[in-house]
Ligand binder design. Sequence first.
Ligand SMILES: Nc1ncnc2c1ncn2[C@@H]1O[C@H](COP(=O)(O)OP(=O)(O)O)[C@@H](O)[C@H]1O
Ligand SMILES: [Mg+2]
Length: 231
Amino acid sequence: MLEAEGLYKSYRMGEAEVSVLKGLDLEVNRGEFLAIVGASGSGKSTLLHILGALDRPDKGVVRFEGRELSRMTYGELNRFRNKMVGFVFQFYHLLDELSVLENVFLPAMAGRSTFGWLSCRRWAKRRGMELLSRLGLSDRAEHKPYQLSGGERQRVAIGRALMNEPQLLLADEPTGNLDSATGNAILKIFEELNTAGQTIVMVSHDERIGQKAGRIITLADGRIEQKNTSG
Ligand SMILES: Nc1ncnc2c1ncn2[C@@H]1O[C@H](COP(=O)(O)OP(=O)(O)O)[C@@H](O)[C@H]1O
Ligand SMILES: [Mg+2]
């Protein structure tokens, strides 16, 4: 489904240049739950942002369903970001001015005209409520994010990521800010989503968290170290 080949990325900090990705190759298969584990600072967020077209590599290609992201037009890239991938972040990134339900259906508004939005608003609210109910948050729809616990906020963020039925769910340390019981509940949601067919790529600095995934690989020194080479 997703393929990265020879990715390079470095950041310039004044005089110094920090090489983060150094010729990284990666393949994500449709339907899999892939965990990428690596130390803090190893480039996990950088990689995930590149895979989700939130950032560009200095060199190398990312292909989604065989199509190179770097060759997509501006409109195609926006569609890719908004419709094909869903993002879950460590610190939720919810909008506190909006209700929980509004946060969840926000991605359905993106890229639509006012008229387009008005004509799908009822559908979007219904889908938002369905997602909240699946995530055990029906009774929180009208709350504001700051009124929720960390685990509840992350479930809202998962709902938002799923709103547009993305082909690929990208999660950046989704349990990193949660206690272990709450984190496990989030991982269980990912497992259930994956069982239902959702392709997931999750990065974490914590190897134990990767155990729930179908495949674990390690990011070190700017490349992927293949761990489970049998098969
Ligand atoms: N925008 C940036 N500017 C400069 N350096 C950055 C930037 N983003 C990340 N880095 C550096 O790149 C390295 C990898 O960062 P990151 O991808 O966030 O790692 P991880 O998510 O694995 O902790 C770190 O050393 C970090 O300081
Ligand atoms: Mg990170």
